[in-house]
Design a protein around this ligand. Structure first.
Ligand code: NAD
Length: 343
C-alpha cells in the first residue's frame, strides 16, 4: 500500500471520525477538517483543522496538498432534523459541497469521494412498507422528499460535470442509514437506531418501560453498520467507478421490529406508544446489485451484532449522564429573608 495524503471533511462527525482512524491505521497521512471537534471518538489524524467549509477560502486551505478527499461534511441529522431545517440544509450544505468540489479541482486533488444519501430517491418509489429495493437508476425522474435529498442530488450532478468538464476523478456513494457506536445519540439529530437505543437504555435503567415511536412504526428501512460502511468507502475510493452507487445493508425491517430487536438485546420488555412525528417515506431499502458488481463485496455485518455494540455504547452514555446529573451540587436553599416581598 502506498501511503497517501488524505483529507476527510466532517472528521468530527460519526462516519468521519471512524474513517479518519481507519485511514491512519492503514498508514496514511490524514487531515481531518470539521467545524467542531470530534465529540465521542479520539481523533488520531496527523492534522486536525477547525474550519467552516461554507467559506470557499477554507475549503481551499483544507484541500491543499491532498491526494484524496472524502467529502463527508454536512449539517444533518435524523428525520426530526431534516424534516424541519430545509433552508438551512439546502443552503449550508450546498455551500460546503460546492466549495469542497471546486477546491479539489483547483488544488489538483487526485480523487474526491462524495457522501450522498438514499434520501435522493423519489417519493413515488417508496410508498409501501414492502418496498422494492432501490436501484441507482431509480433516482430519476427526481422527487426527493426533503430539501436534504435535493441538496445531495444537486451535488451529485455537479460532481458528474466536474469529471466530464475538468477530468476530476470522482466517486459518489449513497448511504442507507449508517449506524454504530460513537455517533449522535441525543439532542434531536440522532437517527432511529440511536434514538431507540437511548429510549430502551432509559427504560432499562429507570424501570419505566414506556417508549414512544413516531407514526405507526410500520415504516421500513435497512441499516448498515459503521464497519461495513468504512470498508465500502475505502473499496470505492480504490475503484474506477464514477457514478453514484448504493452503500447499505439489504435487510428490510420495520421501526417497530427494530425496537423489539434492541429491547431483546437489552433484556427488557417495552410498552410502545405510537405518537405523531415525522416518519419519512413509508419504506426504503438498498438494491446492492451494482455494489456487488463493482466492488465484489457488500455489507455483511448482521443487524443483531451491530445493534448489540451500538446499544452497549449508548447504554454506557445514558448511565454516565445519569451519574453526572446525580453528582451536580444542589442549588443553594433560599433563606426565608431572601424571599421576594409579596405585594
Ligand atoms: P455527522 O453529522 O455525524 O457528521 C457531519 C459532520 O460535518 C459534523 O461533524 C459537522 O460538524 C460537520 N459540518 C457541518 N457543517 C460544517 C461546516 N460548515 N464546515 C465543516 N464541517 C461541518 O454525519 P454522519 O452521519 O457522519 O454523515 C456523514 C456524511 O454522510 C454526511 O454528508 C451525510 O449527509 C451523509 N449521510 C449519512 C448517513 C447516515 O446514515 N449517517 C446517511 C446518508 C448520508
Amino acid at each position: 500500500m502506498v501511503p497517501k495524503k488524505i483529507l476527510v471533511t466532517g472528521a468530527g462527525g460519526f462516519i468521519g471520525s471512524h474513517l479518519v482512524n481507519r485511514l491512519v491505521e492503514e498508514g496514511h497521512y490524514v487531515r481531518g477538517v470539521d467545524i467542531k471537534k470530534s465529540e465521542f471518538l479520539p481523533c488520531f489524524a496527523q492534522e486536525s483543522l477547525l474550519l467552516d467549509l461554507r467559506r470557499p477560502e477554507n475549503a481551499m486551505k483544507a484541500a491543499e496538498g491532498m491526494d484524496e478527499v472524502y467529502a463527508l461534511a454536512a449539517d444533518m441529522g435524523g428525520m426530526g432534523f431534516i424534516s424541519n431545517h430545509h433552508s438551512e440544509i439546502l443552503y449550508g450544505n450546498t455551500m460546503i459541497d460546492f466549495h469542497t468540489i471546486e477546491a479539489a479541482r483547483a488544488q489538483g486533488v487526485g480523487k474526491i469521494l462524495y457522501a450522498s444519501s438514499a434520501c435522493i430517491y423519489p417519493n413515488y418509489k417508496q410508498t409501501e412498507t414492502e418496498v422494492t429495493p432501490l436501484k441507482e437508476d431509480d433516482a430519476y425522474p427526481a422527487d426527493p422528499q426533503d430539501a436534504y435529498g435535493w441538496e445531495k442530488l444537486t451535488t451529485e450532478k455537479l460532481l458528474h460535470h466536474y469529471r466530464l468538464d475538468y477530468g476530476l476523478e470522482t466517486s459518489c456513494v449513497r448511504f442507507h442509514n449508517i449506524y454504530g457506536p460513537e455517533g449522535t445519540w441525543d439532542g434531536g439529530r440522532e437517527k432511529a437506531p440511536a434514538a431507540l437505543s437511548r429510549k430502551i437504555a432509559n427504560a432499562a435503567l429507570s424501570g419505566d418501560h414506556r417508549i414512544e415511536i413516531w407514526g405507526d412504526g410500520e415504516q421500513t428501512r435497512s441499516f448498515c453498520y459503521i464497519d461495513d460502511c468504512l470498508e465500502g468507502l475505502v473499496r470505492l475510493m480504490a475503484s474506477k467507478h464514477h457514478e453514484p452507487i448504493n452503500l447499505g445493508n439489504a435487510r428490510l425491517i420495520s421501526i417497530n421490529a427494530l425496537a423489539e430487536l434492541i429491547a431483546d438485546i437489552a433484556g427488557v420488555s417495552i410498552d410502545v406508544k405510537h405518537i405523531e412525528g415525522p416518519e419519512g417515506v413509508r419504506g426504503r431499502n438498498s438494491d446492492n446489485s451494482l455494489l456487488r458488481e463493482v466492488l465484489g463485496w457488500e455489507p455483511r455485518i448482521k443487524l443483531e451484532e451491530g445493534l448489540a455494540k451500538t446499544y452497549a455504547w449508548i447504554h454506557t452514555q445514558v448511565q454516565m449522564r445519569t451519574a453526572k446529573a446525580l453528582l451536580q451540587p444542589l442549588p443553594p436553599r433560599q433563606s426565608k429573608s431572601a424571599e421576594p416581598a409579596r405585594i
